[in-house]
Design a protein around this ligand. Structure first.
Ligand code: HH2
Length: 271
């Protein structure tokens, strides 16, 4: 899953693709590099980010979703029902909600009605407050219980369980230790039986671990994604597609014990 942020303030690429044409071109490049899904977002969720109005979010994302429809699967990264509905009309077929249907009461119903896939992510608090001294009894057990509850809520609203993916929300209300514990025990999240989406790309704890600036975290990102693959993740949300794809291809071949394995660059499986 390649990240297409159409925002002035995203933590790692804010302002680079605010212009719709630049964002579409970037999405095409990520798809050519092997991204199977393009995740288009018009509101930053970085710590302390300001909310964006409905009109502004629509203005940012709609031309980009339209421009990328058919290039790859398009995911809309939003918590707003109206934005998701317009994006689905414009060609998206996946809803990525970092609030796991807590932000807008009608979003689960929309996903159910349209029969599209969705990703429910864990976050402690809100983007404004989430990094203010986050605490858990047991971060993995707490995140797992939250995801289980949100999945039950979604199913209760009519979303087919088969269309739900789950995401531990790396960096969303988590310390370095919390993120590491979630990576170490990601198999416990995968045990919920739904595909696990993993979004570690360029996040600040990688900078704390390596001393690397934002644009220099592709290797750290790939390393964390390899571990996540080994522990059951199947969707990897990244800014740096080629580096992560190479790392995952080698890791997947090693885990499978044969080469080549299926990858977006080697579209068929050969033995
Ligand atoms: N992380 C970000 C945004 N959306 N969605 C899912 N499912 N999982 C994630 O880990 C995730 C996400 C934050 O990254 P980014 O889009 O680069 O930054 P920003 O929110 O500042 O636009």
């Amino acid at each position: 899953m390649g990240v297409v942020n159409v925002t002035p303030d995203s933590f790692s690429d804010g302002g680079r693709f605010l212009d719709a044409a630049a964002a579409v071109e970037h999405g095409r490049e990520l798809a050519a590099q092997g991204a199977a899904i393009l995740d288009v977002g018009g509101e930053s969720t970085r710590p302390g980010a300001d909310p964006v109005s409905l009109e502004e979010e629509l203005r940012r994302v709609l031309p980009v979703v339209e421009g990328l429809a058919g290039v790859a699967r398009v995911s809309i990264d939003t918590s707003k029902t109206a934005v998701a509905a317009a994006a689905l009309d414009a060609g998206a077929d996946y809803v990525n909600d970092v609030t796991a249907f807590r932000g807008d009461a009608a979003l689960a119903g929309l996903v159910a009605e349209r029969g599209v896939d969705c990703c429910l992510m864990h976050m402690l608090g809100t983007p404004r407050t989430m990094q203010d001294d986050p605490r858990y009894d047991d971060v993995v057990a707490d995140v797992k219980a939250f995801l289980e509850a949100r999945m039950a809520y979604a199913v209760g609203e009519g979303v087919a369980e088969a269309q739900i993916m789950l995401d531990p929300g790396i960096g969303f209300g988590k310390t370095v230790e919390h993120n590491l514990e979630l990576i170490r025990r990601l198999d416990e999240i995968a045990a919920l039986g739904r595909p696990v989406v993993f979004g570690v790309s360029r996040k600040s704890f990688l900078g704390k671990l390596t001393g690397r600036e934002l644009g220099e975290r592709a290797v750290a990102t790939a390393a964390a994604n390899v571990l996540a693959l080994e522990r059951g993740a199947t969707v990897f949300r990244v800014h740096d597609v080629p580096e992560t794809l190479d790392a995952l291809t080698v890791a997947a071949a090693s885990l499978a014990g044969r080469w080549p394995v299926t990858s977006p660059r080697t579209t068929t499986t050969t033995t």
